[in-house]
Design a protein around this ligand. Structure first.
Ligand code: ASN
Length: 311
């Protein structure tokens, strides 16, 4: 978010636009080191979730019920991918939030998924260094968890990962010129905006209907994690589960209720449980680990807003 200060030079554009077919041997070597860190990171994180008793669910790509990404002051979606299949309108997944809440209520008390998200961001988002129009979220949800529970889980996961990579990906980090150190816990918590130089949480942001909002105090029980010198890598919240609150927020925000029929019916009959969770932007996390200038560098096939390549 802070990297290019909103300006994208021709040089950066040319660099970012390179597909693997255009890379020099040196650049391919760097890409391979990033790939190896990706493998080690995903292996560590998925193993940590499985060991922690989480059920691994497979992703959904087309659905009537995807994240509206609205209202959200950070959102910059220029187009929603909608297609008709079997006579019904569906959207490409923007996040599996509705599926997570539903499955965590009906199936598993703890779950996670590696979920491909399609977000057709405005072209100017190419310059942030942290947006891609296709990316993967490591999305997870826990029944009866508090925000503090999720924050602690994330802090432990991240610190464990850094300690692991310092040993297990020593060569790759050296090749990439990265020296990581394990931060102190707990991370600081800010409202509104954080400190760019440290691991920190930003909390209490007004946004989508599914994040918990206290109607009396006007406070939101949600949280984003920021990485030093990078920007946001995770967002999550304690969730709304009461029918009356969900429906009144959808009406207030102009969200299409017909897209969330299943969720609303379950909530009405009291079958949606209180849950909390979050999603880690996988490419963002790896880009930060690797010191990449742009998240698309960690994608084998870059998905930069505004640029569609051959592969
Ligand atoms: N994954 C996020 C969450 O769990 C939602 C999102 O991606 N917009 O809250």
């Amino acid at each position: 978010m802070f990297l290019f200060h909103g300006v994208i030079t021709h040089f950066m554009q040319a660099e970012m636009l390179k597909e693997i077919t255009d890379l020099s041997e040196e650049e391919l070597e760097r890409k391979r080191a990033i790939g190896s860190i990706t493998t080690k990171t995903l292996s560590y994180l998925t193993q940590a979730f499985v060991t922690g008793g989480f059920n691994w669910i497979l992703p959904v790509v087309f659905s009537k019920a995807t994240d509206p990404l609205w209202p959200d002051p950070q959102a910059s979606i220029e187009k929603r991918v909608e297609v008709e299949i079997y006579g019904r309108e569906v959207r490409a997944m923007q996040s599996m939030i509705v599926h997570k809440i539903t499955a965590c209520s009906l199936l598993y008390g703890r779950l996670f998924t590696l979920s491909p998200n399609i977000r057709i961001e405005r072209r100017d988002r190419a310059a942030t260094g942290i947006h891609a129009y296709e990316f993967t979220q490591l999305d997870f949800e826990v029944r009866h968890a508090s925000s503090r529970d999720i924050m602690k889980l994330v802090e432990d996961l991240l610190c464990g990962l850094i300690a692991h990579l310092r040993v297990e990906a020593k060569e790759e980090l050296k090749l990439l010129g990265r020296d990581l150190s394990v931060p102190e816990r707990p991370f600081r918590i800010y409202e509104v905006t954080g400190n760019e130089k440290e691991f920190c949480w930003v909390v209490n942001m007004p946004r989508e209907f599914y994040d918990f909002e206290d109607f009396d105090t006007g406070k939101w029980d949600n949280y984003d994690l920021y990485l030093p010198g990078f920007g946001e890598v995770l967002s999550g919240s304690r969730r709304e589960y009461e029918y009356q609150k969900i429906i009144s927020k959808m009406e207030r925000d102009g969200v299409r209720k017909e897209s969330y029929k299943a969720l609303l019916e379950l909530a009405k009959s009291g079958r949606i449980k209180p849950t909390a969770g979050a999603g880690i932007g996988v490419e963002r996390l790896i880009a930060w680990i690797c010191g990449s200038k742009h998240v698309c560098e960690v994608q084998p096939f870059p998905r930069i807003p505004g640029f569609v390549g051959e592969l």
